[in-house]
Write a protein of this length. Structure first.
Length: 197
C-alpha cells in the first residue's frame, strides 16, 4: 500500500513542518520588542532582605541579560540569517552577505520598537524565501558552497565583531529611548487622572 510516492510525500511534509516550526520560533523571538521582561519579583534574590537592595539586584540581573545574553542571541540570529543568505545569494561576496545579515538583524530590532507586526514580517521573509526557492528549484543550492563560505567567516572576525557591537549598542539606545518614552507617557496619564479629594 505504501509506495515510494507516499514516503517521498511524507519526507517532504515532515521536513517542511520542521522547517516551518523552526522559522516560527526564530522570527517570533527575533521580532519581539521585549526579549527579556523586567519583572522585579521574578529576579528577587531570596537571601536579600532589604527591598531596595532586592530591586537593585533584580535590575542588575536584567541589565546583565542585555549585556551578556542578548549578544549571544545576536550571534545566533546572525549565523542563521547568514546561512540563509549564503544559500540564496550565491554570487554575492561573503563580507557583503554578513553585512546584509547583520543589517537585517538590526532592522528587525529597530522595527520591533516601532511595530512588532512589521518586525515579524521582516524576520520571516528571508527564511520563507529560502523555502520557496527550494520548492521551485531544488538543485539551486550547493552545500559545498555553503560550507566553503562558512569556513571563511573567521577571516571576517573583526568586521563581525563590529557588526555585533553595533547591534548591541543600537538595542541599548532603543531600550533607553523606549524606557524614557514609557515613563513620560505614564506620568502624562497619571497627571490626567482626576485625584479624589
Amino acid at each position: 500500500m505504501i509506495g515510494p510516492t507516499y514516503l517521498e510525500l511524507l519526507l517532504f511534509t515532515v521536513g517542511m513542518f520542521i522547517y516551518a516550526v523552526f522559522v516560527w520560533f526564530f522570527y517570533r523571538k527575533l521580532s519581539k520588542r521585549d526579549i527579556f521582561e523586567l519583572n522585579l519579583q521574578k529576579y528577587d534574590l531570596p537571601e536579600v532582605k532589604w527591598k531596595g537592595l532586592k530591586k537593585t539586584s533584580s535590575s542588575f540581573l536584567y541589565v546583565l541579560k542585555y549585556w551578556i545574553v542578548f549578544p549571544i542571541y545576536v550571534i545566533i540570529w546572525f549565523v542563521i540569517l547568514s546561512m540563509f543568505l549564503f544559500l540564496l545569494a550565491k554570487n554575492v561576496p561573503v563580507r557583503q552577505v554578513t553585512l546584509v545579515s547583520m543589517a537585517l538583524v538590526a532592522t528587525i530590532r529597530v522595527t520591533s520598537y516601532f511595530k512588532e507586526e512589521l518586525s515579524q514580517d521582516l524576520a520571516k521573509v528571508t527564511p520563507f524565501a529560502l523555502l520557496v526557492t527550494f520548492l521551485i528549484e531544488p538543485t539551486f543550492f550547493s552545500w559545498d558552497l555553503l560550507l566553503n563560505r562558512l569556513t571563511t567567516l573567521p577571516t571576517l572576525w573583526d568586521d563581525i565583531l563590529q557588526f555585533i557591537t553595533f547591534v548591541v549598542l543600537l538595542e541599548w539606545a532603543l531600550r533607553i529611548f523606549y524606557g524614557i518614552k514609557s515613563r513620560t507617557m505614564q506620568k502624562k496619564v497619571s497627571s490626567e487622572v482626576p485625584q479624589d479629594l
